[in-house]
Write a protein that binds this ligand. Structure first.
Ligand code: FES
Length: 118
């Protein structure tokens, strides 16, 4: 799905394995919550929608990593996702990954480029 490029935050707002920056995206004509995190030195964005049930992941606003900052975790039933791919790696998400966003980091800024439909 094509999307309009949009500035989300400064690069400095995203700390490795730390708090997510939340924003809204248009997803099939509706406004949907999304977030971006830094992991492995790169930025990764996803719809904020668990693969188990359509719940937001955060246990507190922007808190989407597990205790050791290695995986993304859903606060509702503990589904766990790889932070760099959005693939389910544990819990009730089964074969349902997070929906990836195309994000880019350049010149100290984090930019949203659309939903990854591939
Ligand atoms: S809603 Fe996320 S694990 Fe159940």
């Amino acid at each position: 799905m094509a999307g309009e490029e949009r500035l989300i935050c400064a690069s400095a707002a995203l700390v490795e394995g730390g708090r997510a920056v939340r924003f809204q995206v248009d997803y099939f004509g509706e406004s949907a919550p999304a977030f971006v995190v830094r992991f492995g030195g790169r930025v990764h964005g996803y719809l904020n929608r668990c693969g188990h049930l359509p719940m937001e992941l955060d246990w507190r606003e922007g808190e989407v990593f597990d205790a050791d900052g290695r995986h993304l975790i859903c606060s509702t039933h503990g589904a766990t996702y790889a932070a760099d791919t959005g693939k389910c790696v544990g819990g009730p998400c089964g074969s349902s990954p997070l929906v990836s966003l195309r994000m880019e980091e350049r010149e100290g800024r984090v930019v949203f480029k659309g939903i990854d439909d591939g």
